[in-house]
Write a protein that binds this ligand. Sequence first.
Ligand code: NAD
Length: 485
Amino acid sequence: MSANSSFRVPMTKTPDIEAELVVLGAGPGGYTAAFRAADLGKKVVLVERAPVLGGVCLNVGCIPSKALLHAAKVVSETREMASAGLGFTPPSIDLAKLRGWKDGIVGRLTSGLSALAKQRKVTVVTGTARFVSAREIEVDRDGARSRISFEHAIIAAGSEPAKLPFIPHDDPRVLDSTGALDLADVPKRLLVIGGGIIGLEMATVYHALGSRVSVVELMDQIIPGADRDIVAPLMKHIKARYEQIHLDTKVSKVEPGSAGLTVAFEGAHTHTDTFDRILVAVGRVPNGRQLSLDAAGVAIDAQGYIPVDRQMRTNIPHIFAIGDIVGQPMLAHKAVHEGKIAAEVAAGRTSTFDARVIPSVAYTDPEVAWVGLTENEAKDKAIAYGKGSFPWAASGRALSLGRDEGLTKVLFDPETHRILGCGIVGPNAGDLIAEAALAIEMGADATDIASTIHPHPTLSETFAQSAEMFEGTITDLMPKQSQRR
Ligand code: NAD
């Protein structure tokens, strides 16, 4: 069998390829599973409908958005340094070049993946797969069909943007995350529907490029999964810069016209307004219904998710599922972790999903990150907690970045003083949260964290300082007499 990175299989009815393991979908979860299984000695076939590996994350998600967010950061930092006496002329924006730079970054990563697949002798088949039985899939590539039989399968077919019934999604002025990352132009007025992670990250990019941005969010706060105090500095930052932010509001109608898309809002801000472009970012739906799972007997729930056990097995024991298709949170790092478990179990190991926590990050400006227990969740579930918070206004490093609005908040078990959760808002919060995730996995307590010598001056000190706030040993701030220990 060829180990080519792209492989066109002949059209016959008997299996064209016999795989020990077939992986459906080559996003971060799928390619990780395929590579791990190959490293454990399995003969692996990786099926992907797109012509390149990497899935949504590498091609039209995490990576291109982070490239554009970096560009946005450079633009906004040059503006913000005016108050420090550094003046820059406004940037000239060559959209074609910016797009090319972003695509170049994606291309480097996806070609690296193809090389890794080749080195591991993973056979990559390009085409759209569906199950024909519990032991065979059919792959369609431009009408040419081929069959792959398997001993084990891992379904890693991901998710796609959710659509709203009253929105003319066919109108080219209505974008989803993929369209927004294409960067066709910079609209004068952009409406972002959904104040979640995708909506706010793309709002950050388009605002920096010159769009007047409005955001409409159904709930009473942006990023509803995070605590309000952690989101507040981001809300303040964007409120001062964006045209409008409507909370507790939904869009009830969108009418395309020659002057733009006229949008009817209902709720806390009932009115109509006209925009040049709309980005719809109201969540993602799993691709579970696109795979003829019934032919394999794989169960699927009402929302299209595939239920799995802690070894990532579906109800059919030799078929596994991982990533967005098995449920929330839809995050690449969760899919990667699950992919390794599924591959190891398929290869005969006894691995189990036993991660305590999965961190979440919005790469906005400022970044918002949280892991483990949130205060909202603690209150909802009546979980006892204590907390230590450290405002970045008292951090020398934050001040030297010209950013004092950040906050690090750590929740602890009031009895054992073990860390339960952490929320961070501020530049680089997404990198800083990893230390809290490690502390939770290791069962660290407040003294462990406070006594770990953190480099000075860094933003990472705020994590230890939050533990000192909880313990009452802080010297960088003046706690109340009753809180000193
Ligand atoms: P999301 O769930 O993060 O946010 C969607 C938002 O839309 C929510 O706040 C919701 O209340 C709101 N909403 C829903 N219906 C609405 C309506 N009719 N009108 C107005 N608001 C409405 O979803 P997303 O931002 O689309 O992202 C999809 C998935 O991708 C998420 O699971 C997210 O975690 C993941 N993702 C992660 C990252 C990252 O890790 N940085 C980046 C992008 C996407």
